[in-house]
Design a protein around this ligand. Structure first.
Ligand SMILES: *[C@@H]1O[C@H](CO)[C@@H](O)[C@H](O)[C@H]1NC(C)=O
Ligand SMILES: *[C@@H]1O[C@H](CO)[C@@H](O)[C@H](O)[C@H]1NC(C)=O
Ligand SMILES: *[C@@H]1O[C@H](CO)[C@@H](O)[C@H](O)[C@H]1NC(C)=O
Ligand SMILES: *[C@@H]1O[C@H](CO)[C@@H](O)[C@H](O)[C@H]1NC(C)=O
Ligand SMILES: *[C@@H]1O[C@H](CO)[C@@H](O)[C@H](O)[C@H]1NC(C)=O
Length: 719
């Protein structure tokens, strides 16, 4: 009797713990896609077919770091709940264990008209009529690490990247590689030396010309190639695009798709979306977009959407361009301390690869003196803020100004900061890169006030230097690129084929190559962003690519956990009671207007003393939305390289006194995604807090915030 009871209990407990333990490891995302185990990167082959959203992805079947790249596979009927399927395209090795072919990123289409000839009869209907398959075709990059001759006679060079296809006649479950692979063996004339960096084909059906169109990347050339085909096998080069806008590091995972401006189906524009790595908006990986037109052969960017880095906005005041390379900082009226005391501006080419400032001259401020070991500060003369924006070129190491360590023994910042009233009100660090990029700060909140700049270099490690140039004051920001996301963890974004133009849905890899191989998760590594619906929206006379999480995520909402309106929220912190486990995974929407305070926002995943906290808010004076993960938990997992994980990320979002600003926040066990009400700024950011850092607080800095409404729903697990 006893033993039977024990046995039943054991079974029940065993079953219970099995159910509870699935997808509940520390940091395991609860409503984001992750593979059960192993390494994942780019989303691939996003296609909607027969009621299913397919998600293929770069996958290492053998471990939690990059390697043996294969196409993992999952499907969903709602973009929320995913079902894992067997690996679709699996890395191939020879009998000696040499990897012959990896399956790199690409796309998928449904060949409804059998243009490929891959369709086969798959059965008969009740009346005896033959039912034919509708082939799904994957178009991907074959990466061949080892030189060899394929069974079809094609001679492969070591490290070659070529475009190949595979098809499935059972809705994506099993795949057959086309015997004529690769279908595009090499880059075209003029780029033949780029055969090791030619990849990531995105293919779609262009009905006006009844052609398949492919856009693929020459990653190091910052050039996209556009091809056309009748059958997905024979491809004709039609045109090329780039380099343009953010053009450092590599261009990867491009896509090209139409959208309607403001929902008007007679106002169609085309969007190029692509990954830039390194060279993203913060450091490492980033995603930029360019709006223009496409006529079946050629993409032409809108003139208003491309930016010449050598031009400064009309009416700019040049505060300092560091062209007097024969002077000391002292002679320029700047005050340099420490190792910089006797120095002045340098000639760029002697210290850095200053790639973009062409006709802007060759002199710049640099803290690289012989090597990275120099430390000290360089302080500008005081000036009065008379324009809305300060823009400048910056390069160097990623060691951001951190208010909680500034002035302490742990201060290791390498930064360019703006000081008003004795406070750092804006600060920018480098990106562990030498190319100078434009960054802009909105300073309208300090109009008429006295200010100065300080360059602080307290770091002697690798990348412990900063370069600053061309400091200008202007009415409009100096834009360098259109960023699709202002956080650090949104890369290789891809969109679904097979949906109407108005339903363009994107998924990004929620990680960053700067540290992605080291994030502290196991037995999986990397998650996808939530799927986001894209649109083009006219805001202040500019057409912008905007986004919001797909509405089907609402199926995971719990009933309201908290809903309150404060006509005026007092200065300081106000804790909000949210029951576990939803204090660590929730959807939080907050709207607010400026009061007497200077900043307002939400603190998530914090403990009582705020020694851990992730801060999301709005800076009324700096006119930006921000996400701060300096203290969001484990951020020391990056190996020997400088740690590019901690930081304070901003996106300019101008507002007036009467504007109501809305932030939609999705918090999961190891990430936070933030969207403003228009979807014009988005942030995707991983965080790795302790389980018991789970308090939720509102904060208002330096005064009140008005008309604050907060609504919180828990997010149920989709696993
Ligand atoms: C890695 O994965 C490939 C494909 O799944 C497999 O053939 C190979 O044996 C694995 N190698 C190792 C070292 O595990
Ligand atoms: C698809 O096209 C190929 C080549 O034209 C043909 O052999 C095949 O029968 C077609 N499949 C179907 C189901 O019609
Ligand atoms: C299939 O053929 C029809 C009729 O010619 C055409 O309208 C449609 O665009 C084609 N679609 C695809 C995806 O090939
Ligand atoms: C598309 O535009 C390009 C560049 O403007 C032009 O050269 C080409 O002829 C156009 N093609 C078509 C099919 O209209
Ligand atoms: C807050 O978290 C830190 C870890 O970052 C921990 O050391 C500390 O004890 C916590 N404090 C409180 C009050 O929970």
């Amino acid at each position: 009797m006893v033993s039977v009871t024990t046995c039943i209990l054991t079974v029940l407990i065993g079953f219970g713990s099995f159910v509870r333990s699935y997808y509940t490891e520390e940091y395991r995302p609860q409503f984001h896609f992750t593979p059960e185990q192993n390494w994942m990167n780019d989303p691939n082959g996003l296609v909607y077919h027969n009621g299913q959203y397919h998600l293929f992805y770069q996958y290492n079947p053998n471990g939690t770091t990059w390697g043996f790249m294969s196409w993992g596979h999952a499907v969903s009927t709602d973009l929320v709940h995913w079902k894992h399927l067997p690996i679709a395209l699996e890395c191939e090795s020879d009998s000696n264990g040499n990897v012959l072919e990896m399956f790199f990123s690409g796309s998928a289409v449904v060949d409804v008209n059998n243009t490929t000839g891959f369709a086969i009869p798959v059965g008969k209907d009740r009346r005896g009529h033959v039912i034919n398959s509708t082939p799904m075709v994957a178009i991907y990059t074959s990466y061949y690490p080892t030189a060899h001759t394929q069974s079809n006679g094609v001679v492969i060079r070591a490290g070659q990247q070529s475009q190949s296809i595979a098809f499935s006649n059972d809705n994506g479950l099993t795949w057959t590689q086309y015997e004529g692979n690769p279908v595009i063996e090499s880059p075209p004339a003029g780029y033949v030396d780029q055969y090791q960096n030619f990849r990531d084909p995105f293919v779609f059906w262009y009905s006006p010309s009844s052609k398949w169109i492919m856009v693929a990347s020459l990653a190091n050339e910052h050039t996209l190639l556009i091809y056309s085909s009748d059958n997905l096998k024979a491809w004709k080069l039609e045109s090329q695009f780039g380099p343009e806008n953010a053009k450092f590091g590599q261009w990867e995972c491009p896509s090209l798709f139409p959208l309607y401006v403001d929902g008007n189906n007679r106002a169609e524009k085309w969007v190029i979306l692509m990954g830039v790595n390194p060279g993203g908006v913060i450091t490492g990986s980033g995603t930029q977009y360019i709006i223009g037109s496409f006529n079946g052969t050629t993409f032409v960017a809108d003139p208003s959407d491309t930016y010449d880095p050598t031009q400064i906005p009309a009416g700019s005041i040049v505060f300092q361009n560091f062209e007097s390379t024969s002077s000391t900082f002292k002679e320029l009226g700047w005050k340099a301390t420490g190792d910089f005391a006797l120095f002045g501006p340098q000639v760029a080419s002697s210290v850095t690869t200053q790639t973009i400032n062409g006709n802007l001259g060759s002199g710049l401020l640099t803290t690289w003196i012989v090597d990275d070991s120099a430390t000290g500060t360089i302080i500008s003369p005081k000036f009065i803020i008379t324009k809305n924006y300060i823009s400048f070129l910056i390069a160097g190491g990623y060691y951001p100004y951190n208010p909680s360590t500034a002035g302490t023994a742990n201060d290791n910042q390498v930064s360019f900061s703006l000081i008003v009233g004795g406070q750092v009100v804006h600060s920018q660090t480098g990106a562990d890169a030498e190319n100078l990029v434009w960054r802009s700060w909105n300073v309208a909140g300090w109009f008429g006030e006295e200010a100065y700049f300080i360059v602080t270099d307290l770091n002697t490690n690798s990348w412990g230097h900063l370069d600053v140039d061309e400091i200008i004051f202007s009415d409009t920001p100096k834009v360098e690129a259109n960023w699709n996301d202002f956080g650090p963890d949104y890369y290789a974004a891809a969109t679904y084929n097979g949906l109407p133009t108005a339903d363009r849905i994107a998924i990004g890899w929620m990680n960053n190559w700067a540290y992605g191989g080291n994030i502290p998760t196991s037995p999986w590594r990397s998650a996808m962003s939530v799927p986001r619906k894209l649109a083009l929206k006219t805001i202040n006379n500019n057409v912008l690519l905007v986004q919001q999480p797909v509405s089907s995520l609402s199926s995971l909402y719990t009933p309201s956990l908290y809903s309150r309106k404060f006509s005026s929220l007092k200065s300081g912190e106000t804790e909000i009671p949210v029951p576990a486990p939803y204090n660590a995974r929730m959807k939080l929407t907050v709207s607010f207007k400026r009061g007497t305070g200077s900043k307002f926002g939400v603190i998530l995943r914090s403990n009582a003393t705020n020694t851990q906290e992730t801060i999301i808010g709005y800076d009324f004076l700096g006119q930006n939305v921000f996400v701060d993960r300096f203290k969001s938990g484990d951020n020391a997992f990056v190996g020997s390289e400088p740690n590019q994980f901690p930081g304070h990320f901003i996106a300019t979002l101008p507002s007036t006194l009467t504007d109501s600003i809305t932030l939609n926040i999705l918090l999961d066990w190891s990430s936070v995604e933030v969207f403003d009400g228009n979807g014009q700024v988005a942030f995707t950011s991983q965080i790795f807090p302790l389980d018991d850092s789970a308090q939720v607080k509102l904060f208002s800095v330096g005064g009140t915030t008005r008309t604050v409404t907060v609504a919180i729903n828990g997010m149920k697990s989709s696993w």
